[in-house]
Design a protein around this ligand. Structure first.
Ligand code: ASP
Length: 330
């Protein structure tokens, strides 16, 4: 590399570091799907907006006080896991046997460390289990009883599976199973998303990403979606971006969605918004993969594309910008 080109590259990276070091940003989603003004009441809408706002309060509070992006992501998602409005933790959708089977993943951008869990049934906060796999084990992904045993050994709170089950998720499951028995025509199952995710940039310039979900309602037991799959549902690298996805997991796995956004930035030189848009609005949409994602780069740029009717989403920044949205036109 010529000296001038080298110096220019050094200056650009210093400028990026400087911009990143004096700001924080947090972005969240609460799932994408068939969400429009005709199927959500004003009261439900208000509850969702209030929950998203409270979640952002938690993460923004930590980041503003110099907390790490990893801590902000974990704390924010723990709150959303406890909120029955969302398909993660309590209020998760149920598998065909009527049980909650929970998946989550976590990644930090400064070192590309990652942790994931799949098929948890008794760990109250799957996102914390994913982070413990990252920090406290030599592995990246643990599944089923072994994952649960690990979470327990790490002192993470255990609950009865009933703790996660709500009346409305049971009703959804029954209606899906009723329809299937009647028609049995191979029609796609009703898609009810509501996965939660968070990406954050901290004052030290580090990105982190996390995703937590109950998966898809009426899923076969043992089914694992994209949310715990690093590179599909979650990804973070300070050099490109942090991403958390929500949508029809089988497509997100096959299109390696979260990493594809980063790859388009790294190899294609695209800015974050263009890369995210191309993956969700072109590649995924053409394939028939419903859903969306949130993405954030180390310079604080945000993208939140979705090709479904709606996506629960929001962000806050250290410069005072804030947004909460549900519908397409917002
Ligand atoms: N992506 C999740 C899954 O397929 C579902 C969702 O995002 O709502 O498990």
């Amino acid at each position: 590399m010529k000296l001038t080109a080298f110096l220019a590259a050094v200056l650009i990276s210093m400028a990026n570091t400087l911009t990143a070091q004096n700001q924080w940003v947090i972005v969240i989603h609460g799932g994408a799907g068939i969400i429009n003004r005709s199927n959500i009441s004003p009261e439900q809408e208000a509850s969702y907006r209030a929950a998203l706002d409270s979640a952002l309060d938690i993460g923004a509070g930590l980041l503003a006080n110099g907390g790490s992006s990893a801590d902000a992501v974990e704390a924010t998602i723990r709150f959303l896991e406890d909120n029955p409005l969302f398909n993660a933790g309590r209020g998760a959708v149920l598998n065909a046997e009527g049980r909650a089977e929970l998946d989550a993943s976590f990644m930090t951008g400064q070192d590309r460390k990652a942790g994931a869990v799949a098929g948890l049934q008794t760990t109250r906060h799957p996102i914390s289990a994913a982070r413990r796999v990252m920090d406290g084990s030599p592995h990246v992904m643990l599944a089923g009883p072994g994952a649960e045993e690990f979470a327990r050994s790490q002192g993470l709170e255990q609950v009865n599976n009933q703790f996660f089950i709500t009346e409305s998720r049971l009703r959804l499951l029954r209606s899906q199973q009723g329809k299937e028995a009647e028609g049995n025509d191979g029609a796609p199952l009703e898609k009810k998303f509501g996965t939660v995710g968070c990406v954050a940039l901290d004052l030290a310039g580090n990105l982190a990403a996390g995703t937590s979900t109950g998966g898809m309602s009426n899923k076969r037991f043992g089914r694992v979606g994209d949310s715990p799959v690093i590179g599909a549902g979650t990804f973070a690298d300070n050099r490109t971006c942090a991403v958390s996805c929500t949508g029809h997991g089988e497509f997100f796995i096959r299109w390696v969605v979260a990493y594809d956004v980063a790859a388009m930035m790294e190899y294609g030189g695209l800015p974050l918004a263009e890369a995210a848009d191309m993956v969700v609005m072109q590649k995924l949409a053409e394939a028939g993969g419903d859903g969306g994602l949130i993405a954030l780069d180390a310079a604080g740029n945000i993208a939140m594309p979705f090709n479904s009717e709606g996506m629960y989403r929001g962000y806050r920044t250290s410069s005072g910008e804030q947004f909460i949205g549900i519908f397409r036109e917002e």
